[in-house]
Design a protein around this ligand. Sequence first.
Ligand SMILES: [Zn+2]
Length: 106
Amino acid sequence: MKIITQQLAYPDWDERHTCDSCRYLGTITDSQAEEDWMKDHPFDLFFCGGKHWTLIARFGEAGDYFSGASFANPKNWDGKPRLILYEAAKLAIEMKLLTQAQLDAA
Ligand SMILES: [Zn+2]
């Protein structure tokens, strides 16, 4: 089960790994995330636009994050799925920030 809210879990890190091209997508928790520590752990999701677009999932008090367009594309998963980034990609597509074709090409 996935729960998405519109409240940053790590507001102190609003400026970390964000820029004028970054858009906040929402904050997700997933009780069925792929690794135990990730289950029910909040992730703040961002889309960074521009020529080299990427997706960011911030998850720690110290500003830790996952990022990378290619990790959001299931065809690139090699035993290390990043479902959280895939969820970010789906939100970005819903919000018309990203197209399915861009994701497929990542
Ligand atoms: Zn950015």
